[in-house]
Every structure is written in C-alpha cells, then in structure tokens.
Design a protein around this ligand. Sequence first.
Ligand code: HEM
Ligand code: HEM
Length: 219
Amino acid sequence: MPASPNPLWDIPTRVFHWLIVCCLPIAWWSAEEERFDVHQWTGYTVLVLVSSRILWGFIGSRHSRFTDFVVGPARLGAYLRGQGGRSAGHNPLGGWSVLLLLSLLLAQAISGLFNSDDVLFSGPLYYWADSDFRDAMGLVHDLAFNGLLALVCLHIFAVFYHQFKLKEKLLQAMLHGSALGRIGTEAPAPWWWAVIVVLLIGLALWWGLLQAPQSSLNW
Ligand code: HEM
Ligand code: HEM
C-alpha cells in the first residue's frame, strides 16, 4: 500500500480555517439581528481560533509557519513579474493576504471586546477603557469588518481563479490536507499540540476577561 503523502495543510490549519469560515456569517448575522449573546460567543471563538492560528504559525507544521510563506519585497516582486519559482504552500502574494486576513480578524475580535450597542450590551472590556479609546475601538470594529468583507471576496475570487482557471487543486488540499500537486514536504507537527494551544489561549482569555471591571461603578 503506498504511504500517504505529507499533508500540505495539517489538521489544525484546516480546522482553524473552516471554523473561522463558519463563524464570520454567524457574527455578521447576530450583529445585524442584535443577538449579542450569540455575537459575543462567536467573537470569542474567532479570537481563540485566530490567536491559535497565529501561534501555530510559529510552532506548527512547515507550510503553516510564517517563515514558509511570508517573503520579502524582492521575492514578492519577482512573483508578480512571473519570475518566482512555484512554492509548495501559499504563494508570495497569498502569504501576504493570509497575514492581512489574520490581522483584520484579530483587530475585529479585539475591538469587539471594547464595543457597546449603547443600549443593553457592552463588551467585557468596555468599562476598562476611557471613552476616547472605546470610540476608537468602535471605529476599528466598523472599518475592520468592511476590510474583511472586501478581502474575503478577493480571497474567494483568487482561490477560484487558481482552482478553475489554473487548474490547481487548492480546495481539495484545504479539505483533505493534500491533493495532486499540493503535497507537503515534511511530516506534520503533532495535531494535539494545537489542542494544547487552543486550551491555553482559551483559558488565558477567560481568566483575563474575568479580571475586567463589570461596570463603571467598579472603578
Ligand atoms: C470567511 C471567510 C474566509 C476567511 C476569513 C478565510 C481565511 C483564510 C486564511 C487565513 C487562509 C490561510 C490558511 C492558513 O494558512 O491558515 C485561507 C486559505 C484558504 N482558503 Fe480561505 N477564508 C475564507 C473563506 C474561504 C472560502 C469560502 C473558501 C472556499 C471557497 C476558502 C478556501 C481557501 C483555500 C482553498 C485556502 C488555501 C489557499 C492556498 O492553497 O494557498 N476560503 N483562507
Ligand atoms: C471576529 C469577530 C467579530 C465580527 C466578525 C464582528 C462583526 C460585527 C459587525 C458586522 C457588527 C455591526 C457593525 C457595527 O456596528 O460595527 C458588529 C457590532 C458589534 N459587535 Fe462585533 N464582531 C466580532 C466580535 C465581537 C466581540 C468579541 C464583541 C464583544 C464581546 C463584539 C461586540 C459588538 C457590539 C457591542 C456591536 C454593536 C456596535 C454598535 O451597535 O455600534 N463583536 N460586530
């Protein structure tokens, strides 16, 4: 029986990706419907997932690491001029878009912690900040979401372009780990490291938010 190939995308990277994909529409819907009970828990989930993915970018499998896909301007320029060689994982432009997507998701989730609907619901760090900072975070929450919407549309367009025009099996690899022409070059990091990362980040968030003052009277 042939040995199965090393995955290009390890299990944690795929789980982080598809869970984030599920969370964003729920976060959007729940904000529109003012279901802030659902909204805050979806937001916390995104915060833990994105923070874990960022840490996984340092300790995860080869192609999930930032060092594998974040390249300097020279290599990015060469890629844009069609001169770069093929990379196994994210291409140089894709690598930067991943970084931007993760940063926007993080900004969105963190700014939400300071946000309020000015009626019934306040994020857990609302009373921790002064009003200028809250206003700034409210603006970040608005702008980051518009940025995310634009970038996600571009992301899906780029994935479809590579998938259907250039005939690269991106979707199969993001679903199954590897696919024809999309194979990892090293054995994956143990998936249970990611479970520990998620648990530690979840616990740190829970503990950190418990320390926050509950209302302005607690100052
Ligand atoms: C909510 C919207 C989405 C967000 C925020 C998002 C974000 C991301 C991120 C951060 C990555 C990098 C994966 C990593 O290294 O961790 C990625 C890769 C990928 N995403 Fe998405 N994604 C979204 C929606 C989608 C959808 C709807 C599809 C399918 C149509 C998709 C298909 C892919 C594929 C195939 C890759 C791998 C690209 C490659 O091979 O370089 N994404 N996405
Ligand atoms: C990545 C995760 C999140 C996404 C995608 C998201 C998305 C949104 C969107 C689209 C809106 C409506 C636009 C606006 O008024 O700004 C909104 C509003 C809001 N979000 Fe989030 N959010 C996230 C995380 C959070 C978190 C963690 C909290 C707090 C626990 C939070 C609290 C709020 C509040 C209080 C509002 C109402 C703001 C207002 O009425 O002006 N959000 N969010």
